[in-house]
Design a protein around this ligand. Structure first.
Ligand SMILES: [Mg+2]
Length: 262
């Protein structure tokens, strides 16, 4: 906990860390207020690509969190960053929600079912059998297959629902092809965050989240402080102290407990 006072930038997960569904946790606004008082930066980093960056900015503002557009970074945005940085072709067969489609179009990509050059899979809440069939067809033809994030389930107030990682499993089972995955915990997400936010000194950055195999694994891979909150899907007994990849540096009940260590 005494590490926390030296942290200047908090990368914060959303679902299970800052809110659950539309319900802000009671400790979230006090955390934000403490960061502001102490001049610490916070950036929301979510794998959930079923919505675009603007949606999360508006949602958080409605919940009373005063943030700029730049304080939210999604796996969808990281995927766009990656495709542009490595000069991927612009014609995409995208499995995604209308919000994700809008974000890709705004970034200059052409979404098409006819002669695409890559297949991109997001957390598609509008997924149909027809979309799956077409994606598998293109992937079998040898098109690059990119997925926004690996999460198997998304937490909701009614319980977990199948997320992008489960959709990947289905497509991989059919085609035998594994995608390039971009979101937490992969180095592509870390690279995008570093370049966008200039996180030069890892000793001053922390990743806070409720999921071991995404949030904590990314914090550890990036060499920054990883902080597990127990307000989401992980219970204390789920932590495997022998697994360095997913072993958090700090474990707290919730964000409110971090405030005490600042
Ligand atoms: Mg989470």
């Amino acid at each position: 906990m005494n590490k926390l006072s030296s942290i200047e930038t908090f990368l914060l997960d959303l679902d299970g860390t800052f809110y659950l569904g539309d319900q802000l946790y009671p400790w979230s606004l006090p955390f934000v207020n403490a960061c502001e008082r102490l001049h610490k930066r916070f950036i929301f980093v979510t794998n959930n690509s079923s919505q675009n960056g603007d949606h999360y900015v508006q949602k958080l503002r409605k919940m009373g969190v005063a943030i700029t557009d730049k304080q939210v970074f999604t796996a969808g945005q990281a995927t766009i960053f990656y495709l542009k940085k490595y000069d991927y072709p612009k014609r995409i067969y995208l499995l995604g929600t209308p919000a994700l489609e809008e974000e890709f179009r705004a970034a200059g990509f052409i979404l098409t079912e006819k002669d695409p050059e890559i297949v991109v899979l997001g957390f598609d809440l509008t997924l149909t059998y027809e979309k799956l069939e077409r994606a598998c067809f293109f992937i079998r033809q040898g098109l690059p297959f990119i997925a926004t994030h690996p999460d198997l389930n998304c937490p909701t107030p009614e319980g977990p629902i199948p997320d992008c990682g489960s959709m990947i499993a289905l497509i991989t089972a059919s085609t035998g092809v594994k995608p390039k995955i971009i979101g937490k915990p992969f180095p592509e997400m870390i690279e995008a965050l570093r370049e966008r936010y200039g996180l030069e000194d890892p000793s001053t950055v922390a990743m806070v989240g409720d999921r071991l195999y995404t949030d904590i694994a990314m914090g550890n891979a990036a060499g920054i402080t990883s902080i597990l909150v127990l307000s989401g899907e992980t219970k204390l007994e789920d932590v495997d102290a022998t697994n360095a990849e997913t072993r958090p540096d700090v474990i707290v009940e919730n964000l409110g407990e971090i405030v005490k260590g600042l």
